[in-house]
Design a binder for this molecule. Structure first.
Ligand code: PMP
Length: 278
């Protein structure tokens, strides 16, 4: 079986990608699946157009969408799949780069992979008699409590922060700041330290829990509740916690200063206490 990988046609057993590929690390990519009958690609243009639109949305170079149909055609030829039904699988990722949420250095080439195989329709009996389905709750996008590698929304959020000259992006759901792209968020409101409660919409950070314990040990009252985005102007302190950001004071959000625009005393103290654990 010949496959296409990054400009070359090669035996499938020789096709390898880096473990640092952002598709592997972040699900930072997209794919298309389409059919060919006797070498004629079915609905090729709409598939290429959808890939192009997706690449634009993800800010990945769109040239893989231009190559999609010619490469698929060549693979059908190379694999003697010009007779009968064939299935084409195509995947493009943002490429391989040292792991960080924001985009890699400009010029990092996308990873482009295509393979083909014989297509077999579902059994004729099912088309004749019909098939069964079940219903499930739509939990897509609501399993943030799992430290899953399905991080594309986090990647795009963090890149938006970087593009704006900021360090972190704070996710707002229904008007509430719930967590960062790779951190948890805490605010000092009145005399309480407030952070979002553990639930399926946030990753309950190991750092978060540790910092809350440190705060309690300092006699601070901790409240697991909402930090309203509309009330950010009124908080005494704002900071994020995470393995890589440690305890990072936030002094501006969306270009507006937080409190007096300087790291607050609790964040500073908690960073000290946290680092003392090392
Ligand atoms: N939320 C998200 C979405 C994260 O990716 C991270 C970093 N893993 C955190 C919170 C903070 O988790 P931790 O303190 O365990 O690093």
């Amino acid at each position: 079986m010949q496959v296409y990988l990054n400009g070359a046609y090669l035996d499938a057993t020789m096709a390898t990608i880096s473990p640092d590929d952002r598709g592997f690390l972040f699900a930072d990519g997209l794919y298309e699946v389409f059919l060919a009958y006797d070498g004629r690609i079915l609905l090729g243009e709409p598939h290429a157009a959808r890939m192009r639109a997706g690449l634009v949305a993800l800010q990945i170079d769109t040239s893989p969408a231009d190559q999609l149909l010619p490469v698929a055609d060549r693979l059908l030829e190379l694999n003697q799949l010009r007779q009968g039904p064939a299935l084409i699988y195509a995947q493009v990722t943002r490429g391989a780069a040292p792991r960080r949420h924001s985009f890699p250095a400009p010029g990092t080439p996308p990873t482009v992979y295509l393979r083909v195989k014989q297509f077999a329709s579902q059994p004729a009996e099912l088309f004749a008699n019909g098939a069964a389905a079940i219903t499930v709750p739509d939990t897509r996008g609501s399993r943030c409590h799992v430290k899953s590698v399905a991080l594309l929304p986090n990647v795009l959020a963090n890149e938006a922060a970087h593009a704006a000259g900021a360090l972190e992006a704070l996710f707002v759901r229904d008007g509430v700041v719930i967590e960062g792209s790779h951190s948890n968020v805490m605010a000092v409101i009145g005399d309480q330290l407030v952070t979002y409660p553990p639930c399926n919409y946030i990753l309950t950070g190991v750092t978060r829990n540790c910092v809350l314990d440190l705060a309690r040990a300092l006699g601070v009252t901790v409240r697991e509740g909402p930090i309203f985005a509309s009330a950010l102007a009124d908080v005494q302190e704002l900071f994020v916690t995470g393995t890589t950001l440690e305890v990072m004071p936030l002094v501006s959000v969306d270009g507006r200063p937080v409190a007096d625009g300087r790291p607050g005393p609790l964040a500073t103290r908690l960073l000290q206490e946290y680092r003392r654990l090392a």
